[in-house]
Design a protein around this ligand. Structure first.
Ligand code: PGA
Ligand code: ZN
Length: 419
């Protein structure tokens, strides 16, 4: 079986911004489409997301955010190389690298390479007669990842109503994924109504979380813990924080706007230690800025042994940065975002390298998502152990949760228990 047609086009993500879709037609007439996500709090070391601003192709009403150049790169540069080619994801990812050997896919755009790479993965699963998840793990019980689910949003996702980006919950004592999800839905519902009765202005943020205003991270943690307690779930649900600190780091200082305080790197290490020693926090993401390596190592040395220290902007799903983090003991877990990397096979390689070095992995969506649910298949098929998709609101989020629910009832599975 080989590729008969490659068609790229522009579609919208959940924030109403353009993103790239690719539809592959195979010689058996079957059709396979993939759509790529896009971040808001993007790390400087991520693969290059090509947008039209400054290219002369920008569509006025999308304010430079259109992706016609990435689309054209697929239709004009990539498609001619793939038509007639047999379905082999590693070989095709190799062709994509040859077409643009720059680091981070600067020329063609990582949104173009990833859309193509994902469509090829989906088509390859079809050729082997399997679902995408079973393409990666053909036999044996599947590992359903433990979710970390957003309740409160701040930072770049909610107009900076809170300095940190996410207060999430981990339903670590749930017996299966369906139960885990039901607990989190209840917590979010309670938080929404409690927020209103406290007169806190409330908006639904980019990832479906609640954009409630809190002066401090402590206040936000206490608010969510109160909801957990009122539902009788204390000790069964813990907190996870995405500090996304690169967003408020500059000139060697961490500057929080809601409380008006500013910290040196050393002071912020102490501040973060204080936080994780005060509350039942299982996981902390990006407590320090993407290039503040010394702070990461200092924190990891002093943090509680069981704490998950998760690098997102620090690692940007990049093998070299992960290798440095392993060598310097900067963290003990990595967030895996395919569009930070730009190719499916090399994203998978980063995840495998993390596992081989005893790092935990959390496969993650972005703030700009589509209704596509490949993320759930990759998280399970690659045995990630954990998944992060945002909140329980928004069809672009529920598409992934619903796919996990579908796999949990239709396959032999076990529920991951990382905490
Ligand atoms: P982003 O946020 O998709 O806007 O980068 C998600 C995250 O930081 O984990
Ligand atoms: Zn993050």
């Amino acid at each position: 079986m080989n590729i008969k047609k490659v068609l790229a086009y522009q579609v919208l993500d959940s924030r109403g911004r353009p993103t790239v879709a690719v539809t592959l037609t195979l010689s058996d007439g079957s059709i396979h489409t993939a759509r790529v996500p896009s971040g808001a709090s993007t790390g400087a070391h991520e693969a290059h997301e090509l947008r039209d601003v400054g290219t002369g192709r920008a569509e006025t009403f999308y304010g430079g955010k259109s992706v016609f150049s990435a689309v054209a790169n697929i239709n004009e540069i990539i498609a001619p190389k793939l038509i007639g080619h047999s379905l082999n994801p590693a070989a095709i990812d190799g062709i994509l690298v040859e077409a643009d050997p720059t680091p981070g896919h600067q020329k063609i755009g990582a949104n173009a390479t990833l859309a193509t790479s994902l469509a090829v993965a989906k088509a390859s699963a079809h050729v082997s007669g399997k679902s995408l998840v079973r393409f990666y793990q053909p036999t044996g019980p599947l590992l359903i990842p433990m979710p970390m689910i957003n309740i409160l949003s701040g930072g770049a996702h909610a107009n900076r109503s809170l300095d940190i980006q996410d207060v999430l919950v981990i339903p670590h004592a749930a017996k299966n994924f369906a139960e885990a999800l039901s607990w989190v839905v209840a917590i979010r519902e309670r938080a929404a109504s409690d927020g209103k009765s406290h007169g806190i202005t409330h908006l639904v943020a980019d990832e479906g979380g609640l954009g409630l205003s809190f002066k401090t991270t402590d206040d936000a943690c206490e608010f969510v813990l109160a909801q957990i307690e009122l539902l009788g779930l204390s000790g069964k649900v813990s907190l996870a924080l995405d500090i996304a600190s690169t967003q408020f780091y500059g000139d060697g200082k961490y500057s929080l706007t809601t409380s008006g305080t500013s910290y040196s790197s050393d002071q912020f290490v102490d501040e973060m230690l204080n936080l994780v020693n005060t509350y039942p926090i299982s996981s902390i993401e990006d407590p320090f800025a993407e290039d503040d390596w010394a702070a990461w190592t200092a924190f990891t040395k002093q943090a509680p042994e069981k704490l998950q220290i998760l690098g997102d902007d620090l690692f940007t799903t990049n093998l070299h940065r992960l290798e440095r983090g392993i060598a310097e003991v900067s963290a003990n877990a990595i967030l895996i975002k395919a569009n930070q990397n730009g190719l499916v096979t090399s994203t998978h390689r980063v995840l495998d390298h993390a596992h081989a070095n005893n790092f935990a992995t959390v496969v993650s969506a972005r703030s700009g998502e589509t209704e596509d649910s490949w993320l759930a298949d990759l998280a399970i098929g690659w045995r990630a152990g954990q998944i992060k998709v945002g909140s329980t609101h928004g069809s672009e989020r529920t598409a992934k949760w619903n796919r996990l629910l579908e796999i949990e009832v239709s396959e032999e599975t076990e529920f991951s228990k990382p905490f």
